[in-house]
Design a protein around this ligand. Structure first.
Ligand SMILES: Cc1cc2nc3c(=O)[nH]c(=O)nc-3n(C[C@H](O)[C@H](O)[C@H](O)COP(=O)(O)OP(=O)(O)OC[C@H]3O[C@@H](n4cnc5c(N)ncnc54)[C@H](O)[C@@H]3O)c2cc1C
Ligand code: FES
Length: 269
């Protein structure tokens, strides 16, 4: 069974307002991480209790003898706020890699990524992985955010994908409106057996993607971002309802699921 281990902060910087990229020096076992997997991160600081929070793996790579793990995150509350104050050399505890990642695409021509906000993190890792793999599929990305300032991870995704289409809720960049609306306009292009769709973002976004794809026969996997306490299947704090398997734990059976297997009710987002 996995247990928490120490990781050292190698660097941390704010990428766009309220969003940070932290690079951690981790044991070489993390090289086995797969796109869609996540880590639980625990920070102890003098004025705060232990906080354990889940984050997708944004990237893992080796340089010389060292292995580095990157996390791209948005500050939304006390845990991420404490996290954002960490500096080079600080130590934190991480558990992972955890969960079941994306089914990696094989024998397809188009890989379509649909990201809302920091939902780009696991999708960017997937794109990086597919690019390195011998799979020569075209990678297309639809990215959405509230506004221009909240568009994160653009540099990396632009360097990997052949097409990147942007939407912002306030129209400050790209299509004015939601990313699912933007994707919906092109959807016909991706309904064949030669396409695989992957998505991650806030639950309302995934719910509207589910509505859009409901009557289509297309392979679409989504990574869910439920609140988690233990991350290892023990507390049942992260369950969601599925159509055929009842309640499942997002941390253990997921976080990646077939979009059609999830009951997107009000409770499930
Ligand atoms: C598998 C997984 C992967 C994730 N990957 C990333 C990532 O790569 N980058 C990133 O920025 N975030 C990611 N998250 C979300 C991240 O875990 C939460 O933002 C974080 O736990 C918030 O902690 P906090 O203490 O700052 O906020 P809290 O003080 O706990 O909460 C502040 C606010 O954020 C809301 N909130 C907290 N957790 C979540 C959540 N999981 N989903 C939606 N709203 C939430 C709360 O309802 C509250 O309104 C991921 C979550 C999961 C389950
Ligand atoms: S977070 Fe504890 S069971 Fe999933």
């Amino acid at each position: 069974m996995k247990s928490y281990i120490s990781a050292t902060v190698f660097s941390q910087r704010e990428t766009v307002g309220g969003h940070f990229l932290i690079v951690l020096k981790v044991p070489s076992s993390f090289k086995e991480s797969l796109p869609g997997q996540f880590v639980m991160v625990r920070v102890k600081s003098c004025n705060h209790p232990f906080l354990s929070r889940p984050f997708s793996i944004y990237s893992v790579y080796s340089h010389g003898k060292n292995t580095f793990l990157e996390i791209l995150y948005k500050v939304v509350g006390k845990g991420t706020e404490v996290f954002s104050r960490l500096r080079e050399g600080d130590i934190l505890n991480i558990l992972g890699p955890l969960g079941k990642g994306f089914d990696l695409p094989s024998e397809c021509d188009k890989i379509v990524l649909i990201a809302g906000g920091v939902g780009i993190a696991p999708l960017s890792f997937l794109a990086e992985y597919c690019e390195k793999d011998s799979n020569h599929a075209e990678i297309i990305c639809y990215m959405g955010a509230g506004n221009l300032e909240a568009l994160v991870g653009m540099d990396r995704i632009n360097g990997i994908c052949s097409v990147v289409k942007i939407s912002t809720d306030d129209g400050s960049w790209g299509h004015p409106g939601s990313v699912t609306e933007l994707f919906g306009r092109d959807m016909e292009l991706y309904l064949g057996n030669d396409s695989r769709i992957y998505s991650c973002g806030p639950n309302p976004m995934l719910r509207s993607l589910h509505q859009l794809l409901r009557d289509q026969h297309v392979a679409c996997q989504v990574s869910l971002e439920e609140r988690m306490a233990c991350g290892i299947g023990a507390c049942l704090g992260c369950v969601v309802k599925t159509k055929s398997d009842g309640l499942v734990r997002v941390c253990k059976e997921g976080p990646v699921f077939d979009i059609n297997s999830i009951e997107f009710s009000d409770h499930n987002g």
